[in-house]
Design a binder for this molecule. Structure first.
Ligand code: UGA
Length: 445
């Protein structure tokens, strides 16, 4: 069986490598020829742990081939995973035009039975439309099935997540589709059997719409957890309590769990904000009261105002102040800045006339594409020490582990004013204050 991966982005490339790791022959296709050429040279187009090495290994092993011709991938493969983007459209709903385009290309190049698997995150009932579109454009020429196998990869650990899934969700309509997908995932299921797990605990075989909803509901729930703890953080701040301790106590209840209870600047990235909006939209289109998730979104949007309020309280006048920003990516271990809080914070601080000195361990190049360097006004530094030198304040926006090992006494000595606003509650308040810093965080005493 040859596995085709259509779309070599943050989902497609790790998925292609994951299947190759499991011994399958994989053809990765993307219409972006420059990206395909880069991948073919063994260079990952974005930072993702393990991807670069695994890519080189499987180009060498021959298990992975790449092409910029989607039609040729369709012709050569038995199973096609559709991993193209589903960006946000103007009205908050997902823009499914890339998906439709791929569906038409698949239809026009069918040359025998194919299983077409939707991996991109999509509103419920998209797979039904995918099937209808392929049927229309294929003119009934060939047999095919459509299935849904949502991805639960987290940026930064995507390959690890693929190889160690907490769940595999298969939405299918036919036995043939189910059997093919079970065969493809057998190495992963076998691995969890070896680990002593009951594979049934990690595998869900269901219908197309349910599979789509599992993915959307998962991301909406994660977003809800984050907005919930941010709301609790605001109460903590008013009551002089500590949100980190409240979260710890909450998370000890196994029904709640400790993860995704980190209060701070709110959730960003390509998935949670966009998927939440799309879920609200599809719910409302279907007459469902989605006010709970609208509130989740509102709480998140307010995070930047809260953070900016802290900056104003701490600095009083922002105009003319020099501010170091530590952390630009939407979360650690990635160079991705899509919907990162840093985009809004930097825009607002620049508008207010601040001089900015930016640092991030990985995302400087990406950020410079959006905000080109302006000497004296907006400068980029490879080291957090250099970024902080001469600053009136540091605003920490991403919880990179690197900032935990910075020698803050050295930083303090080069700053104009030792003031630190920790938008991720990364640092220990008592330790930072004991070094002579004025320290502000989100929802802690
Ligand atoms: C998210 C989901 O976690 C994945 O399960 C899903 O597969 C993926 O979207 C997707 O749909 O493709 P990802 O976007 O990589 O993954 O990022 P997360 O780790 O979920 O973090 C999202 C945002 O929430 C980040 O800005 C992070 O800083 C923030 N966050 C996370 C918090 O503010 N607090 C927390 O406690 C956790």
């Amino acid at each position: 069986m040859i596995v085709g991966i259509l779309g070599l982005g943050h989902v497609g490339l790790p998925t292609a490598l994951g299947f190759a790791e499991n011994g399958w022959s994989v053809i990765g296709a993307d219409r972006d020829s420059a990206k395909v050429a880069q991948v073919a040279r063994g260079e990952a187009p974005f930072f993702e742990a393990g991807v670069q090495e695994t890519l080189q290994r499987h180009l060498n092993s021959g298990l992975l081939q790449v092409t910029d011709s989607i039609p040729s991938a369709v012709e050569s493969c038995d199973v096609l995973f559709v991993c193209v983007g589903t960006p946000q459209g103007d009205d908050g709903a997902a823009d499914l035009s890339q998906l439709e385009g791929v569906a038409i290309t698949i239809a026009r190049n069918l040359n025998g039975y194919k299983l077409i698997v939707e991996k991109s995150t999509t509103p419920v009932r998209t797979a039904e439309r995918l099937k209808r579109t392929i049927s229309r454009y294929a003119n009934g020429n060939h047999e095919f099935d459509v299935a849904v196998n949502p991805e639960f990869l987290q940026e930064g650990t995507a390959l690890h997540n693929f190889l160690n899934p907490d769940r595999v969700v298969l939405g299918v309509e036919t036995e043939r589709a189910r059997d093919l997908l079970l065969e493809l995932y057998r190495p992963l299921v076998a691995r969890s059997e070896l680990a002593g797990d009951n594979p049934e605990d990690r595998l869900i075989v269901t219908d197309l719409n349910t599979a789509e909803l599992i993915k959307h509901a998962s991301n909406a729930f994660l977003a809800t957890k984050i907005s919930f703890i941010n709301m609790v953080g605001d109460i903590c701040e008013a009551a002089r309590a500590d949100v980190k301790e409240v979260a710890r106590g909450l998370g000890m209840d196994p029904r709640i769990g400790p993860r995704f209870l980190g209060a701070g600047a709110g959730f960003g990235g390509y998935c949670l904000p966009k998927d939440l909006r799309a879920f609200v939209r599809i719910g409302e289109l279907n007459g469902v009261d989605m006010s709970l998730l609208r509130a989740v979104e509102n709480v998140n949007d307010e995070r930047i105002n809260k953070l900016m309020h802290k900056v104003h309280e701490a600095l009083w006048v922002v105009q003319g102040k020099t501010i170091a920003i530590w952390g630009l990516s939407f979360k650690p271990d990635t160079d991705d800045i899509r919907e990162a809080p840093s985009l809004k914070v930097v825009t607002r601080l620049l508008d207010e006339g601040a001089y900015l000195r930016l640092h991030d361990p990985l995302a400087l190049a990406e950020f410079q594409k959006e905000f080109p360097e302006q000497v004296g006004r907006l400068e980029y530094y490879d080291s957090p020490y250099e970024a902080a030198a001469g600053a009136d304040a540091i605003v920490l926006l991403t919880e990179w582990r690197d900032y935990l090992t910075v020698d803050l006494s050295q930083v303090r000595d080069t700053m104009e004013v030792p003031l630190l606003i920790d938008g991720r509650n990364l640092l220990d308040p008592a330790a930072v204050r004991s070094l002579g810093f004025e320290y502000h965080s989100m929802g802690r005493r």
